[in-house]
Design a protein. Structure first.
Length: 385
């Protein structure tokens, strides 16, 4: 497969000139022959401005599922990455919008910085869709919602982060009780990613709801670790020198893994002396769940990379997702001891090309009333060669 002509040539030239695209991952996927569902016209061009890293972590997984879906559904995809620094995300995103002039731009409201990218896309007639982190209520009020002030802003697709945060806390209480750690209540350390990103804020709201509902559960301290395994390790290690907790609520799997390392150094073995929960469905965390070292890993939201391509496929084929809602939410699910083996058997190798993405399309399946973006449908959609 190859990239299409002029626009990408300009983009590659900018790379050679040493512009702000340094360290950018660019992946162009164009089908060698027309994909069923599209006409013989050139494939639509999609730009994803990834706020994270191209080569590691959660946002790499988002990009990989997006690439698999784009290949299967006939889009040409380019990805630029912000290396978890929002100024880089904005500068690289603005430059890519200007150079590539894609048909669609997939954007993320990292640190609430996406409006300037949306406005730049609007000025060039580029349709946009927000992924994983939508606008805050104040930001949305200023823009009057999708397809209003910004007529090319199609909408938003986000996971249900609130239920994830809630169920993660609930799992700590259940697992801690089974180990007898809750005799005087269950005290937890909260390791948040940040206090600014919308997904993080809503995830913490779920935790807060659990703290209100489950009185044996109490929070010893809440700190931010910038989504970093290393910072989680360092700050947990310092905390455990002077304080005792029975559980750790970690905003993602790398944070949980850093906390587990610090706990062990403090003489507290996860799954015996302390309970830990995380989020991301990372393979390392799934293995820790299988070994009883983590209560669960919540998530599946990295598949939003694929789901957003399904929405664009349907939009191109006359099935606008706004018929359901311009703000789509999909459920997150937990991988726990009861389903971890089934998940690993199906997708443990990270080969997302096994997924039949048309299984999720309302254009291909007119009887679907809503999008089946969930773990059960994912497991049943696997191609069997």
């Amino acid at each position: 497969m190859s990239c299409r002509g002029g626009e990408f040539s300009n983009f590659a030239a900018a790379l050679r000139r040493g512009s702000l695209y340094a360290l950018v991952l660019s992946v162009c996927l164009a089908a060698a022959s027309p994909t069923p569902g599209f006409t013989s016209e050139p494939p639509k061009r999609v730009l994803f401005v990834n706020p994270g890293f191209a080569d590691k972590g959660f946002w790499k997984a988002v990009s990989e599922t997006m690439e698999a879906a784009a290949t299967a559904l006939g889009f040409e995809l380019t990805i630029v990455s912000g290396d978890r620094k929002w100024p880089l995300m904005v500068s690289r995103g603005l430059a890519a919008l200007n150079d590539l002039k894609p048909d669609y731009a997939i954007l993320v409201n990292e640190h609430q910085q996406v409006p300037q990218l949306m406005e730049a896309a609007e000025a060039d007639g580029i349709k946009t869709i927000l992924l994983l982190n939508g606008l805050t209520a104040d930001q949305e009020a200023r823009m009057n919602g999708p397809r209003q002030t910004l007529s090319n802003w199609l909408g938003t697709i986000t996971p249900d982060n609130e239920i994830a945060g809630y169920e993660m806390a609930q799992s700590l209480l259940t697992a801690g009780g089974a180990l007898g750690l809750d005799k005087d209540g269950l005290s937890i350390l909260t390791l948040a990613g940040d206090f600014k990103t919308p997904a993080s804020i809503v995830r913490l709201q779920g935790l807060d709801r659990a703290l209100q509902e489950f009185r044996p559960l109490s929070e010893a301290r809440r700190i931010t670790v910038n989504w970093s395994e290393r910072q989680a390790y360092e700050r947990t290690k310092i905390f455990l020198k002077t304080s005792r907790v029975d559980g750790i609520w970690a905003a993602n799997d790398p944070i949980a893994i850093g906390a587990i390392k610090a706990s062990r150094e403090a003489g507290k073995e996860p799954g015996r002396d302390i309970v830990v929960t995380g989020l991301n469905w990372s393979r390392e965390a799934v293995d820790l769940v299988r070994d009883g070292k983590m209560t669960l890993t919540h998530g599946g939201h990295f598949l939003a990379g694929a789901w957003v391509i399904v929405l664009l496929y349907d939009y191109e084929n006359g099935k606008d997702f706004a018929e359901i809602s311009s703000h789509l939410s999909f459920p997150m699910s937990s991988i726990h001891a009861g389903n971890a083996d089934a998940y690993v058997d199906a997708f443990g190798d990270g080969d997302w090309s096994k997924i039949n993405f048309k299984h999720f399309s309302r254009a291909e399946n007119p009887s679907l009333k809503k999008y089946p973006f969930n773990l059960t449908a994912l497991l049943s959609s696997r191609r069997v060669d």
